[in-house]
Each structure stands twice: as structure tokens, then as C-alpha cells.
Design a protein around this ligand. Structure first.
Ligand code: SF4
Length: 272
């Protein structure tokens, strides 16, 4: 296992079948775990999913990342399933959440909402935060930025039905992630649509994220002044809105930046 020397430590963890996954230890004490080798969701700004989905991680491989972090001298205070992959699509995740709750380690997760049929189940699991990645206020933008995720209207319909069934505490544990991408989802029209989407969910938190660019990516975050303006816009509406913390703004700390160059096994059984 290799570790970076930055404040955010990136751990590359070899799996028994030759694939690799990455986990990130944030300086804040959170350990971000991957849930799949690759990812099927196809977000074009994301280095992690560029090769598609290879497979789910097994329960033991989720635990393996935590064990590897401890072996590297880290003592995570909380976990977040926000690394590579879509947690709702991995059947091992619910039991992992239950096991870690029993051990007193809070776990949050980040999801595009796919598959939508599992969203209600996950909302009720003992998580410490379920962040739904929207990245768009309007459907054409959603299709561009999170192409294989549920449609916004469908996600909205399911959440609207679910909301009255959740306790206040559970509602406050739901958040919406919005990765700001200049020229793609930072227009007035897009943000007005986002405001309308959020309307029925006043207890939820809106997280305005910034891109950690990876080599060759055509995407970039808006200028700091524009990000501040967008933050103010939602504050003035009375929304619970937060900007990415400093750990998320460091290299390899942001959305979709985990990439393992050699995760794909070659036909001869080695790694490329
Ligand atoms: S941003 Fe997340 S959901 Fe999208 S491709 Fe990357 S790992 Fe998958």
C-alpha cells in the first residue's frame, strides 16, 4: 500500500484479484472509502469512472480499506463512502453501515440516487449523512453531467413522497451536492431550477462543491467571486448552504478525483 505525503493522504490498496482501489484520509479525520472498482455512472468531469464499472467491492474489501488506513498509522474518526463508485448499487453497503454503527464509527455516503428503488432503504439506514449528487437544476444539464443517474424529476418525485415519512433528524441528515462547473451549471436559470428542486426539502443541506481538476479535464470551477455570489444567493433564500471545506479543496480531495492508473487487470493477469 502506498501513501501520499500531503495533508490528504491517498491510499492505494491492492485487492486479492489484482485490482486496486483508493481511499483518502482527510486531515479532518474522515476516511473516504471506495465502494466499487470503477463506476458506471459516467460523470464526464470524473477521473474515477472513466473506464466504467468493473465490479462491486465485497464487504471484506470495504473493511480492508479501513484496516489499511489503520495499518498506515491513521485513526479515522468517521467514514464516508464518497470515493470511487455508487454506494446504492453495492449490496454490501447496508450491512457495512450497520456493522460500523455497532462499532461506533459514523458513516456518511454520497450517491447519485441510482438505483432509485433503493433510495428509501438507504435513507433509513443508520448513516451519518446521505449526500445526493445533483450537479444540475435542469434535466439537460443532469444528462450531461451525471448521465446515468436518475432523472431529476424522478428523484424529486421519490424524495417528495419519502420526506413526510422521515423524522426531522433523518431529514437533516440528507444533503444535496452541487459541483459547480463554470459555463455548465452556474447560470441564473440553472440555479433558479435548483432552488425550485430544493423547495420541498428545507431541512436538507446544499453543499456547493468545487472541482479538483485532473489532467486533461476541460472542466473548471467558476471564479471565487462567482462561487461566493452563488453561496449568497442560497443564503438569502434561507437555505442551509455550505461551501466545500478546506480538505475537499486540496488536491485529490474533491469530487471525482480518485483514479487508479493500473486498476484494470491485463489479459495476462498482471496490471496495466
Ligand atoms: S463522480 Fe462519483 S458517481 Fe460520478 S463517475 Fe465519478 S465516482 Fe461515479
Amino acid at each position: 500500500m502506498q501513501c501520499d505525503t500531503e495533508e490528504n493522504r491517498v491510499l492505494s490498496i491492492p485487492l486479492a484479484d489484482g485490482h486496486l482501489v483508493e481511499a483518502v484520509s482527510y486531515g479532518s479525520g474522515s476516511l473516504c472509502l471506495s465502494v466499487q472498482v470503477g463506476c458506471a455512472m459516467g460523470c464526464p468531469f470524473c477521473a474515477s469512472g472513466q473506464k466504467g464499472l468493473i465490479r462491486n467491492l465485497a464487504a471484506g474489501e470495504l473493511v480492508q480499506q479501513l484496516t489499511a488506513a489503520r495499518a498506515a498509522g491513521l485513526s479515522p474518526a468517521r467514514l464516508t463512502l464518497s470515493g470511487i463508485g455508487e454506494p446504492l448499487a453495492n449490496p454490501a453497503v447496508p450491512q457495512f453501515l450497520l456493522d460500523q454503527q455497532r462499532r461506533g464509527l459514523p458513516v456518511s455516503l454520497t450517491s447519485t440516487g441510482h438505483p432509485l428503488a433503493r433510495l428509501a432503504e438507504f435513507c433509513r439506514l443508520p448513516h451519518n449523512g446521505l449526500m445526493l449528487s445533483l450537479h444540475a437544476g435542469r434535466q439537460p444539464t443532469r444528462e450531461l453531467l451525471v448521465p446515468r443517474a436518475p432523472q431529476l424529476a424522478e428523484l424529486h418525485r421519490v424524495l417528495t413522497a419519502l420526506w413526510p415519512t422521515l423524522s426531522g433528524n433523518r431529514r437533516r441528515k440528507i444533503g444535496f451536492n452541487y459541483l459547480l462547473l463554470a459555463g455548465h451549471n452556474d447560470s441564473e436559470e440553472e440555479l433558479a431550477a435548483l432552488r425550485d428542486f430544493l423547495g420541498p426539502f428545507p431541512e436538507a443541506t446544499l453543499h456547493l462543491l468545487e472541482l479538483n481538476p485532473v489532467a486533461g479535464s476541460p472542466f473548471r470551477s467558476p471564479q471565487p467571486e462567482r462561487i461566493a455570489e452563488i453561496h449568497r444567493f442560497f443564503q438569502q433564500l434561507g437555505a442551509n448552504v455550505r461551501r466545500a471545506n478546506r480538505w475537499r479543496r486540496l488536491r485529490r480531495g474533491g469530487c471525482g478525483t480518485l483514479v487508479v492508473d493500473s486498476w484494470q487487470k491485463s489479459p495476462t493477469g498482471g496490471t496495466e
